[in-house]
Design a protein around this ligand. Structure first.
Ligand SMILES: C[S@@+](CC[C@H](N)C(=O)[O-])C[C@H]1O[C@@H](n2cnc3c(N)ncnc32)[C@H](O)[C@@H]1O
Length: 454
């Protein structure tokens, strides 16, 4: 049970913000009558704990299926004639690594109990929480290796940026949001006088690795380099320089429903996070403000590359600065540096990123942040009209044309035959139709050869 000292006094229910009490190996909100479990010894403080467990089980299942499909492809390639010796050896190593990797993932994530039934989608709807579909189990898999096996260069460059902002001040109670595989949170705890460091992420693979390595365990997991310099699968040993001292607490939770009482932390750190969240930066400012004690500090670090569908929300640094000031922050210090990013020693591919970091002090309370709702009312309740937005309108038109083109493929018609039908339907002129159809079918042909699945 993770009761690290003062932690219980900082926790709040992610559904109602009421108090949470330790109850054996779980946490309980008496108001909601909900128990939040621990998974692999890590508090699982999602607003809808069973539904999020179901989602992550599904993602693990999906990752394992994909690995098995990759392995079968390798086995099929190995069955081919006329393979060079070196090619055969490479494919054999990769097939073995792919199978072994799946076994290792399954064992590491056994606490998710993948074999159990997943919670229904309706439970998500009830609370309007939902994991973003673009966040798979292995979306940030390379971070595990960067954090715990590639050496100090990148990790030190990240820590140094935050250390420069901290100067000689003690960080007090620290919360790291979107902590990933946990190295920066670990370094902050190990290399500063932090009283308590809570590392929050919603990805169980990353947090389980962070937790085990920080406890002093040594793990072995494969790295599959983006552009291999040698082996396409490298078995890496993951280890921390030393076990974390007391007060380092990994936690599984959603940053958009943080399970903490107001004003619980002296320092909130957001490494590579602010621009990947699905809500406006202003709302995040209000959220961080609420988590900080008076005079507390927000340390941000990473890229500023907002992707919001609304161009007005894709802020640059000046707009972030203005939003910070409007949301109760002042005494702003900003630093920008070029640092290496995900430069694996096993890969020919590497990035340099021009990152920004800031320190902003909470000078007054901001607006109470709204509770995050992943889905709109018409989707949740199902009784209101589905809005005919411009985007839905154009998606519907494209899908109709797509479906029509697909329906023309019957194993007998040629491209020229199909063009005649498209022209008859007045969808395009003959010239347009022929080149559009050829690029459409070329893409399908390429997808089929690449083994893309839908
Ligand atoms: C770009 S990665 C950065 C990871 C880590 N901070 C680092 O610098 O290596 C973003 C991290 O945020 C996590 N994340 C994204 N949305 C989140 C959410 N709503 N709640 C909790 N974690 C989230 C992802 O799982 C991922 O680990």
């Amino acid at each position: 049970m993770t009761t690290a000292g003062e932690l219980p006094a900082l926790l709040a229910c992610p559904r109602c913000d009421g108090p949470l009490a330790a109850a054996g190996t779980s946490w309980r909100c008496a108001g909601c009558a909900v128990d939040f479990p621990e998974i692999a010894g890590i508090p699982w403080l999602f607003a809808e704990p069973n539904a999020s467990l179901g989602e992550w089980r599904g993602r693990l299942h999906f990752s394992l299926q994909r690995l098995e499909r990759d392995r079968q492809q390798l086995a099929a390639a190995l069955a081919g004639d006329n393979l060079r010796l070196a090619t055969r050896a490479r494919l054999e190593r990769l097939e073995h690594a792919t199978r072994d990797h799946a076994d290792r993932l399954r064992a590491l994530l056994a606490p998710l109990a993948i074999e159990q039934n997943t919670a229904s989608y309706e439970t998500y709807l009830a609370l309007r929480t939902r994991l973003p579909p673009d966040q798979g189990l292995t979306t940030y898999y390379a971070n595990i290796h960067r954090d715990w096996s590639w050496g100090a260069r990148e990790n030190d460059a990240s820590f140094d940026m935050l250390a420069a902002l901290l100067g000689n001040t003690a960080p007090g109670r620290v919360l790291v949001l979107g902590a990933g595989a946990g190295r920066l949170a670990y370094d902050l705890h190990a290399r500063t006088s932090a009283q308590l460091t809570v590392a929050v992420d919603f990805n169980p693979l990353l947090m389980i690795v962070a937790d085990q390595v920080a406890r002093g365990a040594t793990l072995e997991l494969y790295e599959f380099p983006l552009a291999p310099r040698g082996d396409a699968a490298v078995l890496r040993t993951l280890a921390a320089p030393a076990p974390a001292r007391a007060g380092f607490v990994p936690m599984l939770a959603d940053v958009l429903r943080p399970p903490f009482r107001r004003g619980s932390f002296d320092t909130v750190v957001t490494p590579w996070l602010v621009d990947i969240l699905p809500e406006r930066f202003d709302v995040l400012c209000a959220r961080v403000n609420a988590l900080l004690a008076d005079g507390g500090r927000w340390l941000n670090f990473g890229s500023l590359n907002f992707h919001d569908a609304d161009p007005a929300a894709r802020y640059g640094l000046d707009e972030c600065r203005a939003a910070l000031e409007e949301n109760g922050f002042g005494d702003l210090q900003v630093d920008e540096r070029e640092i290496p990013y995900l430069s694996s020693p096993a890969s020919r591919h590497a990035r340099l990123e021009h990152v920004v970091s800031w320190s902003a002090h909470k000078q007054r309370n901001g607006k109470k942040p709204q509770r995050f709702q992943a889905l709109p009312e018409w989707l949740v309740r199902g009784t209101e009209p589905v809005p005919l937005s411009d985007s839905f309108r154009s998606q519907a038109a494209a899908t109709r044309i797509h479906a029509f083109l697909m329906s023309l493929i019957d194993g007998r018609r040629s491209i020229k035959d199909m063009v005649k039908l498209i022209v008859e339907q007045r969808l395009m002129t003959a010239e347009e139709a022929e080149s559009a159809l050829r690029s459409f079918l070329t893409k399908m042909h390429d997808d089929a050869r690449r083994g893309t699945t839908y």
